[in-house]
Write a protein that binds this ligand. Structure first.
Ligand code: TEU
Length: 557
């Protein structure tokens, strides 16, 4: 089947978490001028789109994912002039900017909510989801993503409002046409400024099942699960089609939905090739594989055949119908080298490169999260006081106070899974604070910055940075990497992730060893006279029986 060629399919996206990227003014908080200073670094890496986590005005209950004004820049991050300058500087370098669009909820300090809570007949009342108490308690049993009930009582009108995340993140009522119009107008305002698209925060949750029924409660659970009544809800596809028609059409954009709870069947609707909704979605199945009895809070390792099964399903089901996004990391996930690789001194770089090969050679648009290109690792947090993330801190209290986990045990879970692992400052060099800031960083710096940093890696050909650069270059030169059909080999093997990509008369073989075990793999005949495209062991030739070493990755054509 002839592929529908698009620039966003051929792109590599780099995610910036502004708070932790580069501080230009010494207040310990990353900012927009800091990003502008580092655009040449990103150009050198070769990426062509930046996904910018929220930079809007926010009281920072959830680090900018609680927005109080969609058309203003957060003070700590700079001014609108700084933003405009960053945007034009990025465009001059051939880099597009994708904004984070957080419109499932606003901040409770947004003027819409401040109006809404005033009275039952306020013109903004229906912008949010208000309900009466039920038998003197919350309107239903839903728990919020950040712990506690998903409802907060508000004295002014003696009613509750819904917040799927923190109480400072009230959910917008998307069934209200006025809300949709406000959001679409705001999007067009940014598009007219010249931004190139949107990453849409929890967009799979904007349409709620009417009646908001109680959710099922697992054994020992404190709250009911809102999932079935919120995720991929009744009108979500209607609203996204409306957004396409009313806000996006006429602009050349890249759009990606953050869609927790999405299935492949739903994904071919959200990200259908006809572009009636979004260009692609982030799936969560790969991240749920190491969940346990306490959800994400554990230290469980993934089982490779499970990971292959999930990724294979996404690669093959979407073929010819919809487009995949490819990611290992973001600001909500721990560092991938510590999670799916091996962050010991011996294997950190090898396994970081192996993971990069595995991801970048699959079909879809790859996303690189800041610092991933250096093989940045999880952080040895010493105590609860060192964490900043609302989800982590709330979970610690909820689990330890309800005897779901011991204190030491919970700290161990946070050290492995907390979002703060991804949020410590970008490691630029080996000077104080990793060259991130001249002040006191808002969150601790990973002490390994003296060894793991950009300056060192830019100066060394064998570095993780140089390896990512090469992978990105290969994609630009070879349509098979963008458009080739994916086929998984050896699905049951517990160490090796191996697949082919086929496009026109080109075929690629990708072999990744996810383990320390040395393994002999017979090379399929068709690759016997092949050439090596990239190898994390510096191999330039292939043997008939490839003797794979620990965390080895090789691409053969
Ligand atoms: O995350 C949505 C989401 O599904 C989270 O619950 C995510 O699964 C969790 O953080 C992982 O532990 C988005 C943003 O990416 C996140 O940073 C925000 O906190 C959240 O929405 C609310 O806006």
């Amino acid at each position: 089947m002839e592929e529908n060629k698009k620039w966003w399919k051929e792109s590599v996206v780099y995610q910036i978490y502004p708070r932790s990227f580069k501080d230009s003014d010494g207040d310990g908080i990353g900012d927009i001028r800091g990003i502008t200073q580092k655009l040449d670094y990103l150009r050198e890496l070769g990426i062509n789109v930046i996904w910018l986590s929220p930079v809007y005005q926010s009281p920072n209950d959830d680090n900018g994912y609680d927005i109080s004004d969609y058309q203003a820049i957060m003070k700590e991050f700079g001014t609108m002039e700084d933003f405009d300058h960053m945007l034009s500087s990025a465009h001059e370098r051939g880099i597009r900017i994708m904004m984070d669009l957080v419109v499932n909820h606003t901040s409770d300090e947004h003027k819409w909510f401040m109006e809404s809570r005033k009275s039952k007949d306020n013109p903004y009342r229906d912008y949010y989801i208000w309900r009466e108490a039920k038998e003197g308690k919350e309107p239903n049993n839903w728990g919020s993503c950040f712990g506690g009930s998903a409802w907060k009582y508000d004295e002014a009108t003696d009613m509750y409002y819904l917040h799927l995340f923190s109480p400072k993140q009230p959910d917008l009522n998307w069934d209200n046409e006025k809300v949709r119009r406000e959001v679409f107008d705001m999007m067009k305002w940014w598009l007219d400024k010249g931004v190139d698209g949107f990453r849409m925060d929890v967009i799979s949750m904007i349409s709620k099942v009417p009646g908001l029924p109680d959710g099922s409660k697992g054994e020992g659970a404190l709250y009911g699960d809102f999932g079935p009544f919120v995720i991929n809800g009744p009108h979500v596809h209607d609203y996204l089609k409306e957004m396409r028609r009313q806000a996006l059409s006429g602009y050349d954009t890249i759009t990606v939905g953050e869609t927790s709870g999405v299935t492949v069947e739903e994904a071919v609707r959200y990200a259908a090739d006809d572009e009636s909704e979004l260009n692609m979605v982030f799936q969560f199945e790969q991240n749920d594989l190491d969940n346990g009895e306490h959800g994400k809070w554990n230290v469980k390792k993934i089982y490779l055949p499970d990971l292959k099964k999930v990724l294979n399903r996404w690669q093959t089901y979407l073929e010819g119908k919809a487009w995949n996004s490819l990611y290992w990391s973001n600001h909500d996930q721990p560092r991938v080298v510590s999670r799916f690789g091996n962050d010991s001194e011996e294997y950190r770089e090898l396994s970081a490169k192996m993971l990069a090969v595995c991801l970048h050679m699959m079909k879809g648009t790859p996303y690189v999260y800041q610092g991933e290109e250096l093989g940045m690792t999880n952080v040895p947090f010493d105590s609860l006081e060192e964490f900043r993330d609302i989800e982590s801190i709330n979970a610690y209290h909820e689990y330890t106070e309800n005897n779901l986990a011991g204190k030491g045990e919970m700290l161990e879970f946070l050290r492995y899974k907390s979002r703060d692992n991804a949020r410590t400052p970008m490691q630029w060099d080996d000077s104080a604070n990793a060259g991130f800031s001249e002040g006191t960083p808002w969150i601790k710096v990973n002490p390994n910055y003296t060894k793991v940093n950009a300056a060192e890696q830019l100066g060394r050909d064998s570095s993780v940075f140089r390896f990512y650069q090469k992978l990105i270059q290969l994609r630009k030169q070879n349509p098979v990497i963008v458009y080739g059909r994916f086929e998984l080999l050896m699905p049951e093997d517990e160490d090796i992730f191996m697949y082919t990509r086929t496009y026109e008369d080109k075929k690629l073989l990708v072999i990744c060893n996810f383990s320390k075990n040395e393994r002999k793999i017979p090379l399929p005949d068709e690759f016997a006279a092949g050439s090596v495209w990239i190898s994390n062991y510096g191999k330039t030739e292939i043997e008939k029986d490839i003797a794979l070493q620990a965390y080895e990755a090789i691409v053969v054509s």
